[in-house]
Ligand binder design. Sequence first.
Ligand code: ADP
Ligand code: ADP
Ligand code: ZN
Length: 214
Amino acid sequence: MKIIMLGAPGAGKGTQAKKIAGKYNIPHISTGDIFRANIKNGTELGKKAKTYMDQGLLVPDELVVDLVADRVNQEDCANGYVLDGFPRTIPQAEALTKALKELGQKMDYAIDVDVPDANIVNRMSGRRACVGCGATYHMVYAPTKQEGVCDSCGGELILRDDDKPDTVQKRLNVYHEQTQPLIEYYTREGILRKVDGTIDIEEVFGQIVKLLEA
Ligand code: ADP
Ligand code: ADP
Ligand code: ZN
């Protein structure tokens, strides 16, 4: 099963992608996580990506496309995967469609997690990320057992720089301009499915499982 998660920053793509990956035993591939790991390790890719990420802009397509094409070719992706945060532009989507076609494959579902802008800024200001393992929590909606400490690794939790309100507004604008057109792209491909992302995390997951098993 090959799945793309679509939705605004903070819509809950990562949260749901992890749950899907766990239930169906397929890898969760987050381009944001890959970039953050590269930044942490001080790689050339990380240095390049950081200048864009800090400004709330997208990393250029050419730095993302090959990376994902290589990743989905790895052995653990043989039974499928969940893409979270890719594609984010029409050229990325076209490159993915082409890469899959060359392998005689196609995407199964593009799931749009729908959350209005008005909810997003509030949601992002409560998001906390673990500096150790990258796990994501929310102060109100997905709290850790002990405040400020990661449940999985004991690491410290932070508010990502790009989750501060000014940058979130900019990322939302970028989303509407560059990423939202993918909803139409995948509607035309016949694989778009929409879920209401405003209800609680387990209920959103329930809708997704239902559509995957329909
Ligand atoms: P969120 O989950 O909040 O939407 P991500 O962790 O997916 O954020 O992405 C963080 C940042 O990484 C983005 O704002 C962007 O700068 C960069 N990024 C991640 N994926 C891509 C991509 N497919 N294309 C371009 N930039 C990307
Ligand atoms: P994305 O990957 O789309 O940027 P995340 O999965 O990181 O979004 O979710 C953004 C924030 O909102 C996180 O703090 C997460 O815990 C929280 N969250 C995710 N889904 C929901 C939901 N259905 N209701 C309330 N909060 C949620
Ligand atoms: Zn952790």
